[in-house]
Design a protein around this ligand. Structure first.
Ligand code: PBG
Length: 332
């Protein structure tokens, strides 16, 4: 009796037989232009290493320019800016967020002038400027004042648009902010400024290192009355419907890795481009595991980013953006 070869016409392994064939049948192609680099800024002129996020820096404006240029060189098209604000410049209502002489507008003007081709994305939320460490204004009864907050977020977006933002990105999760910001931008003539909405932003333990980097952790309580419950996926579709109706140009899921199913749901539910944010805790988990030699950094980072893209993300915000772009250009 001849057992070999088996009578087996369907052999999926034929499509994996060589690097050339594997490249031809690859379904997901990760490219540097999909990656968005977050940049932490501070008022000083020095560049500081971040204790809570090894391998990341808090840049002065000169350092920021060098880093942005380096990002462009490896094929990255966009950066998103986050400020660390000094304690004495924070307030209960977060006015610092609308100061057009602040760190972010200064950074925007400089980037726009010196690197006009770079896409500039700004974060719209009050937490870096709030003495309470919340994304919204805290009322005397300890509750977040949704509508009063939206009013400030609109002003913050207008100020950022005037300073050169190409895309404003509300990360605050207040109700109605996308529509209000769209309206405000249009009335002020900024019809070309896009909105990247944090559509499904979950109340996540994975933001810890970021809050350390910006010194923006809530002083009291948590963000559960505005950020979503990690247990909910259908609710993301409700947020999607609203953000779409209110005029979002791009919708985002955050964090990325633990929420791949939510990316899939959004992909199936919209024709809009989808962004996903591989957040600080995801970065740190991979960084720590590879620093101790437990994981191979390059392979595990590229695999995690490929997974996020495969789920349906068109673009990914990641602290690995520069390294990953370099690795992708070198070829796997
Ligand atoms: C807040 C904001 C947060 C992040 C981006 N914008 C943190 C939070 O909601 O507390 C997190 C990013 C990260 O962890 O990498 N507006």
């Amino acid at each position: 009796m001849s057992d070999f070869p088996l009578d087996l016409p369907l052999r999926p392994r034929r499509n994996r037989k060589s690097p050339g064939v594997r490249a031809m049948v690859r379904e997901t192609r990760l490219t540097p232009e999909q990656l968005i680099l977050p940049l932490f800024l501070h008022e000083g002129s020095s560049d500081q290493e971040l204790e809570s996020m090894p391998g990341c820096m808090r840049w002065g404006l000169d350092g920021m320019m060098r880093e942005a240029e380096a990002a462009l060189e490896v094929g990255i098209k966009a950066v998103v800016l986050f400020p660390k604000v000094e304690e004495q410049d924070k307030s209960r209502t977060g006015e610092g967020a609308i100061d057009d002489q602040g760190l972010i507008p200064n950074a925007l003007r400089r980037l726009k002038k010196e690197l006009p081709e770079l896409v500039l994305i700004t974060d719209v939320a009050l937490d870096p400027y709030s003495s309470d460490g919340h994304d919204g204004i805290l009322g005397n009864d300890g509750r977040i004042l949704n509508d009063e907050t939206v009013n400030v977020l609109v002003q913050q977006s207008l100020m950022q648009a005037a300073a050169g933002a190409d895309i404003v990105s509300p990360s605050d999760m207040m109700d109605g902010r996308v529509g209000a910001i769209r309206d405000g931008l249009d009335c002020a003539g900024h019809t070309d400024v896009s909105i990247l909405a944090y559509t499904a932003k979950y109340s996540s333990a994975f933001y810890g290192p970021f809050r350390g980097a910006l010194d923006s952790a809530p002083k009291n309580g948590d963000k559960k009355t505005y950020q979503m419950d990690p247990a909910n996926a259908r609710e993301a579709l409700r947020e999607l419907a609203l953000d779409e109706m209110e005029g979002a140009d791009i919708v985002m899921v955050k964090p990325a890795g633990p929420y791949l199913d939510v990316i899939v749901h959004l992909r199936e539910g919209t024709t809009l481009p989808i962004a996903a944010y591989q957040v600080s805790g995801e970065y740190l988990a991979l960084k720590a595991a590879s620093a101790s030699g437990w994981l191979d950094e390059r392979d595990s980072v590229l695999e995690s980013l490929t997974g996020i893209a495969r789920a349906g993300a068109d673009m990914i915000l990641t602290y690995f953006a520069k390294d990953a772009a370099r690795w992708l250009r070198e070829g796997r």
